[in-house]
Design a protein around this ligand. Structure first.
Ligand SMILES: C[S@@+](CC[C@H](N)C(=O)[O-])C[C@H]1O[C@@H](n2cnc3c(N)ncnc32)[C@H](O)[C@@H]1O
Length: 187
């Protein structure tokens, strides 16, 4: 599962939920994570970790007393992520839609950042919108939601939820396919 071939095999079986056939490039991962303040972040959530290519980079930078909570619906990816031996990591076989209820079970009421690889355009509109609204609600003031997408189709919806002036967009050409990264700040 660590290599591109095993990711491809799992992704092609579930192309609608995986949304991509190859893991994110190191360039895209750098762009997604570059505005995360790892010095202060105590709780980070990751949506759609897949084979954990971004997860490992977050863990490398995460403070020793901080936590990373991953939401992954695919059982094979979930089982693979469970093998990561790190006390700061919690892996849930749950949908991003359940963020508030799942975090409450862990006694967590606010988060610093959410890093998302969700294929929003493949998720029913109402559910995708609920995910964004619930995530904004649980983000602390000053916290960030970072999401990549291969098209700009969600830009308007994201701007409506996080407010236009709080959404920055970056383009990363060095990924297959090239991707846009939304960086949304909760003010
Ligand atoms: C494009 S892959 C991203 C994998 C990896 N993070 C990367 O960037 O290479 C999207 C992932 O989102 C997961 N996913 C899709 N819908 C989800 C949902 N509602 N909640 C949690 N994970 C979801 C898929 O199973 C898949 O692993």
């Amino acid at each position: 599962m660590n290599n591109k071939r095993s990711f491809f095999k799992e992704a092609i079986k579930n192309i609608k939920t995986s949304g991509s056939l190859v893991p994110s490039s190191r360039h895209l991962i750098k762009t997604i994570l570059e505005d995360v303040d790892f010095n202060t972040a105590k709780v980070i959530v990751e949506f759609g970790p897949g084979n954990g290519i971004i997860t490992h980079q977050i863990l490398k930078k995460l403070n020793k007393n901080a936590v990373l909570i991953c939401f992954e619906v695919n059982l094979q990816f979930y089982e693979h992520l469970k093998q990561i031996d790190d006390d700061r990591l919690v892996v849930l076989n749950a949908s991003a839609e359940e963020i508030k209820t799942e975090l409450l079970k862990l006694n967590i009421t606010t988060i610093d950042y959410c890093v998302s690889s969700l294929p929003l355009t493949n998720i029913p509109n109402v559910i995708a919108k609920n995910i964004l609204i619930n995530t904004k609600e649980i983000l602390k003031n000053g916290g960030g939601f970072h999401q990549y997408q291969y098209t700009l189709s969600f830009f308007k919806k994201i701007k409506n939820i996080f407010d236009k002036e709080n959404v920055k967009i970056k383009f990363e050409a060095l990924n297959f396919p090239p991707a846009f990264v939304y960086k949304c700040k909760k003010i």
